[in-house]
Design a protein around this ligand. Structure first.
Ligand SMILES: Cc1cc2nc3c(=O)[nH]c(=O)nc-3n(C[C@H](O)[C@H](O)[C@H](O)COP(=O)(O)OP(=O)(O)OC[C@H]3O[C@@H](n4cnc5c(N)ncnc54)[C@H](O)[C@@H]3O)c2cc1C
Length: 321
């Protein structure tokens, strides 16, 4: 009986979200008095798999089926649940990424388990596996109890620390063979919408809205993001007007993020925008209107004209680089 981590990879590489989920799973295994094992699907080098030992994994079950180098939700769910059954895992942990969200419910059905999606706190084994998750687009916090049985939990991205828990790790080939019909739907090709830092994984995000007046003014936002090693984001209307690409749109109808630093420039702070960013650890708002709703949730605010403030920030950061 071990906690099982689905160690998701992206083209053979593990990303921060996987290490967050691994840390979460390790802390949970410790609280349950057991160890942590992982299942890896698709081709990943043995060295990379052993890297999981740094995060507390004692055994990796490898499903190195080359058909699974591309994402196929039915086949992935079958692989994860086969390993979960083999080791009799009481809890299966995965990151709440697009793939994690796609397979968690399928794994739950196969294991007859309860799903806790987007957990923001560690499940508490001493109290009915109680955990908190965000509800109503981040405006509320929901507490969930699990009344017995197995659990599949997805961990909110950027919602849990990454900590190293060095553990001796072994790698073994899982006794699993995917069926032909598991590949009815396969993600054949993934084209990255943008180069650079992924918005959901970024530690810092510089975001701008309609206060920018037009797309021609965005170079100063990109410059600021460059100095901070940040990803860029935008409000919905700026994406709708074609000022910015849609994949940058954050909010209720866009991407939901929780970086350590979110800088909102010329964005009013409508509830639909806040729904996607209010979990950010530190929020800095630059707006010329002191009544802008965004100031109510800001940790730091600058009341001023962005066309004066942002160039000054850039000049300062440039002098420090
Ligand atoms: C169902 C629904 C879903 C929605 N989903 C989303 C969503 O996911 N994401 C989202 O962002 N919106 C969403 N919206 C839209 C949302 O309600 C707001 O209309 C939108 O967020 C406003 O964008 P904005 O802040 O860029 O523009 P505005 O509301 O026009 O605000 C511009 C801000 O810039 C400031 N400003 C102007 N000039 C300057 C200057 N020179 N210097 C400094 N500050 C300046 C102004 O004071 C103002 O506060 C949704 C709406 C609905 C109805």
């Amino acid at each position: 009986m071990s906690v099982l981590l689905f160690a998701e990879n992206s083209q053979g590489e593990f990303k921060k979200a996987t290490f967050e989920a691994a840390t979460y799973a390790y802390d949970l295994a410790q609280a349950m008095g057991t160890d942590l094992q992982a299942v890896s699907v698709g081709q990943v080098t043995e060295d990379k798999l052993k890297e999981l030992g740094k995060y507390g994994v004692s055994k990796v079950h490898r499903v190195a089926d080359e058909r699974m180098n591309a994402f196929a939700n039915t086949a992935f769910a079958a692989a994860v649940s086969a390993v979960a059954k083999e080791i009799d895992a009481p809890v299966v942990v995965m990151a709440q990424t697009y793939n994690g969200r796609a397979i968690a419910p399928r794994v739950s059905v196969k294991l007859d388990a309860t799903t806790v999606s987007g957990a923001a706190t560690l499940l508490d084994p001493a109290a009915k596996f109680k955990a908190e998750r965000l509800a109503y687009s981040g405006k509320g916090v929901e507490t969930v109890d699990v009344n017995g049985g197995k659990i599949v939990v997805t961990v909110k991205t950027n919602g849990y620390k990454v900590a190293e828990n060095p553990t001796a790790v072994t790698v073994t080939d899982a006794d699993f063979q995917a069926a032909e019909q598991d590949f009815d739907a396969v993600a054949k090709e993934i084209i990255k919408a943008a180069e650079g830092i992924s918005l959901t994984e970024a530690d810092a995000v510089v975001s701008a809205g309609r206060g920018m007046k037009g797309p021609e003014n965005w170079p100063m936002i990109e410059e600021l993001a460059g100095y901070l090693g940040a990803a860029t984001a935008c409000s919905k209307p700026t994406a709708d007007m074609g000022w910015r690409p849609h994949h940058e749109h954050v909010g209720q109808t866009g991407i939901q993020i929780a970086p350590n630093l979110y800088i909102a420039i010329g964005i009013s702070g409508a509830i639909q925008h806040l729904a996607g960013v209010s979990s950010s650890k530190t929020i800095v708002v630059i707006n010329k209107d002191p009544e802008a709703p965004f100031f109510k949730v800001a940790d730091y605010g600058i009341i001023g004209d962005l066309f004066e403030v942002v160039p000054k920030l850039n000049a300062y950061l440039k002098s420090k680089n």
